[in-house]
Design a protein around this ligand. Structure first.
Ligand SMILES: [Zn+2]
Length: 496
């Protein structure tokens, strides 16, 4: 029988079926689920897969009967997600999964996790561990933040000095400290940190692993700010022309940025992006663009000469020129640039994807960008920055931002459309949660900060924003689901 996707059919099925047994705890919650008497003993090879073009992209219908399991989907990703639902149902053993029907598809096509490996380097096994967990929660974009003031983590074969100087610090911030100079919290260990970086082979291995899990990898190579590690390798591309040849150890917004008036610096970045494009086949390249102080540009003869030659108003207009140059450069190579929401101020091309992180606060560039028709990704810092402490009694990271919490309930209440006009909403691709790593040293910290909040985030993106959210029900399901995560050796934080 051909199964049509639609709420009327689903509602009829729901009415005919039994209530969801409390032991069934799917995360993210499916749109429609109906459970019947009986169980099914299934084995992987007995799953019957059929195509159903009427189902939405990435959607699936799962039919479980005593005779076996049938997966219907319009595409391979949908079949993959159906298996992830089965994995949760069968986590205690495959001999008695409940009979029923699940019909499901995602609300947003961009469901991402950003990982900063500039401040702390985790390595490919940790990345694979998190990619596996992302796939288990039907998240599909891995935004790989590979360059920072504190570390350059990608070997660019044409410029080997980038990792020679940029991937090692003489020491690191000691465990349990923030490394914020203004707070006086700068206790260092005495060990060199690194060299830590990914080779082209490492990247290809991660890309293959991600592809098998229907995850797109988006590399971020930041500029013109946040590049002190690049300038450790190539101080000639700073405005000063000479700098100590080590990346930053403390965490600050560094005033030394790419010299926008230096043609060699611009050409250098083009060649870096050439190699990045050759390595990463995805459609999008993140170029950063946030937090770029203009102090050096104001004093630099080359930058001032560029401003004069182009008839630009000021240094902000110079950054807009840099952004436009590289979004156009990538567009000529068939790629789409993504920039943090500061780049919107420079009026970039309409094809540029704006990554809003101030979206519900402060400058609202993300909101304005979606309003203006830019494809927009939402990473509201108050509800998706999982580097913040989560206010559980034993959260070891509470010292990081006393009084600034991002609780599980806040993560669950995240709505990518919050504050958006009807005109803006169609331009919202989806969202990313962000794992900055200034104070995240290893896999245990990373797991603790990501999970269970990323479960809540995944559900916020997968289910329709119009559907009612029930945190009590989510908490009930998470109490079961957390046991699955613990059993899978995930250092999942307590729920409260
Ligand atoms: Zn300059």
């Amino acid at each position: 029988m051909r199964i049509l996707c639609g709420t009327i059919l689903a509602a009829a099925a729901m009415a005919a079926g039994a209530a969801t047994p409390s032991a069934i705890a799917l995360v993210p919650a499916p749109r429609e689920q109906v459970w019947r008497e009986g169980t099914c003993a299934f084995v992987e090879k007995d799953i019957r897969c059929v195509r159903d073009a009427a189902l939405p992209p990435e959607g699936y219908r799962l039919d479980i009967t005593p005779d076996g399991v049938t997966v219907a989907s319009a595409d391979d990703a949908g079949a993959f997600y159906a298996r992830k639902t089965l994995k949760q149902l069968a986590w205690e053993g495959c001999n008695s999964i409940p009979c029923g029907t699940v019909m499901d598809w995602p609300a947003f096509k961009w469901r991402g996790v950003m990982l900063d490996e500039g401040r702390h380097f985790f390595g490919k096994e940790v990345v694979k561990h998190e990619l596996e967990l992302m796939a288990d929660h039907k998240l599909n974009v891995f935004h790989w933040h590979l360059t920072e003031c504190q570390g350059w983590r990608l070997d660019i074969q044409r410029f080997p000095e980038l990792v020679k100087y940029g991937a090692v610090r003489p020491c690191s911030v000691a465990y349990g400290h923030t490394g914020l100079a203004e707070r006086g919290d700068c206790v260092f260990n005495t060990e060199p940190y690194g060299p830590f970086f990914y080779t082209a082979d490492d990247v290809r291995e991660i890309l293959a692993f991600a592809k098998e899990r229907y995850i797109t990898v988006v590399p971020e190579i930041e500029m013109p700010g946040h590049i002190r590690a690049l300038l450790a390798a190539h101080p000639e591309f700073s405005c000063k022309g000479d700098l100590p040849r080590v990346p930053n150890v403390i965490h600050s917004i560094e005033e030394d940025v790419l010299c926008a008036g230096n043609n060699d610096a611009i050409r250098f970045m083009e060649q870096v992006y050439d190699e990045v494009c050759n390595l990463f086949p995805g459609a999008c390249i993140h170029i950063g663009g946030d937090e770029c102080p203009k102090t050096r540009w104001k004093e630099c003869p080359k930058c001032q000469a560029r401003i004069k030659a182009l008839g630009l108003k000021d240094e902000d207009a110079l950054q807009a020129w840099v952004t436009r140059h590289f979004t156009d450069y990538l567009a000529k190579k068939g790629r789409r640039a993504i920039g943090w929401d500061e780049v919107f101020a420079g009026n970039p091309g309409k094809e540029t994807i704006i990554h809003g992180w101030h979206i519900q606060h402060g400058n609202k560039f993300g909101l304005l960008a979606a309003e203006a028709g830019h494809p927009t990704i939402v990473s509201d810092l108050k509800s998706t920055y999982f580097s913040l402490p989560q206010k559980t009694p034993d959260d070891p990271f509470t010292y990081l931002s006393p009084g600034t919490w991002l609780t599980l309930e806040t993560a669950y209440s995240f709505d990518p459309f919050a504050g958006m006009s009807e005109k803006a909403k169609p331009h919202v691709l989806g969202a990313e949660c962000c794992m900055w790593s200034e104070c995240t040293w290893n896999i245990y910290d990373l797991d603790f900060k990501l999970w269970p909040r990323a479960c809540a985030f995944a559900e916020a993106l997968w289910t329709s924003p119009a559907a009612p959210r029930d945190f009590t029900d989510f908490s009930r399901r998470m109490a079961v689901h957390r046991k699955r995560l613990i059993a899978a050796h995930v250092n999942c934080a307590p729920l409260k």
